[in-house]
Ligand binder design. Structure first.
Ligand SMILES: *Cc1c(COP(=O)(O)O)cnc(C)c1O
Length: 388
């Protein structure tokens, strides 16, 4: 089976992890701050806080922005459940903003309309979490303008998008947001095994994130509420977690970071090759807007129209041919957990249509042209089989 995504591990990566195993620190040593500094520099953010997953990063990003019971957080329905769950962890309510069909990213028009209605009802979101689907940046300038107008904060779920570019900047530089979050899960662009990172230009948000990462504890004497009692002394100022990244993970992440540009170039190259190979086939390829560069975490094609039956048949045929196609995403609002909160079918029709037509094809740095040809041959066969 050709998987839809997988890591690329070099001898240098293995050496980097092995060096940590032979060193004094498996966790809380020098590799974590080095990785943080490396990513902050690579994307042009002032501060970086490494954690054990993007899920944890999203959670403490919400905590750092003071999201709590009674607050409202909006995100895209076309995402992994973690983008919405982070608000629920804080006791906040979640709602969704439908996607635009061309990029499957949050629609600025839908966001605008929903804000107008929310203002009338007197319940605006405290935080909006746009998700850079498949690695293509959202319309961040427009979203940030709406943030200014309506007073919400912005967390970019950039789990797909390290290495992506937008309007002459890098995703993660937080030019249009308060916080951006990366994931280093093995299917993402670079990996640390498990891992995530918070990027921000706001030192207070960085400090608060670091505190929530480690039990809500600080060792910064300037922040103590009670008087410093000695060299052993620390204070717990809030209810935090153990969301720390370990040095083994950070060493792998730092080693992978050296190949970030190479990985993103390679993914873009393979995406262009798919574009060419798919011409004449009844699948609609991804569209990338002109002022941005996708990191191509995913290469998602769509059937010419939403068709539950044809979609299922295409999946079964492709899996039968040994192609590990996947669906990104089952709309979050259709998950049983969210249905129990009052969501249901028909509420976000573009995300639902996406889910009845989208197919993620294999795409990763080590995918060979031969394997890619195999994928396209399987697509041709599937198209004939279900007479698309
Ligand atoms: C992968 C992913 C996450 C969660 O990342 P983890 O590091 O696995 O916790 C969150 N949001 C999106 C959009 C993702 O793709």
């Amino acid at each position: 089976m050709i998987p839809y995504g997988r890591q690329s591990i070099s001898d240098e990566d293995i050496d980097a992890v092995t060096r940590v195993l032979r060193s004094d620190f498996l966790t809380q040593g020098p590799a974590v701050p080095q990785f943080e500094q490396g990513v902050a520099t690579a994307v042009g953010a002032k501060h970086a806080v490494a954690v054990n997953s993007a899920t944890s990063a999203l959670h403490i990003a919400c905590l750092a922005l003071d999201v709590g019971p009674g607050d409202l957080v909006w995100t895209s329905p076309n995402t992994f459940v973690a983008s919405a769950n982070c608000a629920r962890y804080c006791g906040a309510d979640v709602d969704f903003v439908d996607i635009e069909p061309s990029t499957s990213n949050m629609s600025v028009q839908a966001l605008n309309d929903k804000l107008v209605a929310a203002k009338q009802r007197g319940r605006l979101p405290k935080v909006v979490i746009p998700v850079h689907f498949a690695g293509q940046p959202c319309d961040m300038r427009e979203i940030a303008e709406l943030g200014q107008a309506y007073g919400f904060k912005i967390i970019e779920d950039a789990s797909h998008a390290i290495g992506a570019k937008y309007n002459n900047g890098s995703i993660g530089d937080c030019r249009y947001s308060d916080i951006a979050v990366f994931s280093f899960h093995p299917v993402k662009i670079i990996t640390s095994g498990e891992g995530g990172m918070i990027l921000t230009n706001n030192s207070d948000l960085a400090d608060r994130s670091a505190m929530f990462r480690s039990h809500g504890i600080t060792r910064d004497t300037a922040k103590f509420k009670i008087v410093d009692q000695g060299p052993w002394y620390y204070e717990q100022l809030a209810l935090g977690y153990n969301y720390r990244m370990i040095d083994l993970e950070a060493a792998l992440g730092l080693s992978q970071l050296r190949r970030l540009d190479e990985f993103v170039d390679r993914r873009n190259e393979l995406a262009r090759r798919y574009d060419a190979l798919l011409e004449g086939l009844p699948f609609v390829g991804p569209v990338v807007k002109s002022d941005r560069r996708s990191s191509f975490h995913l290469y998602v094609v769509r059937l010419p129209r939403a068709d539950r039956e044809a979609h299922l048949k295409a999946f079964l045929a492709l899996r039968e041919s040994g192609i590990g196609v996947n669906l990104h995403y089952i709309p979050v609002h259709l998950q049983p957990y969210y249905r129990e909160l009052g969501f249901g079918p028909g509420m976000f029709p573009e995300a639902e249509a996406h889910a009845q037509s989208a197919i993620s094809l294999p795409l990763y740095a080590d995918l060979s042209p031969d394997q890619q040809d195999e994928v396209v041959a399987a697509l041709q066969k599937a198209a004939r089989h279900i007479s698309l």
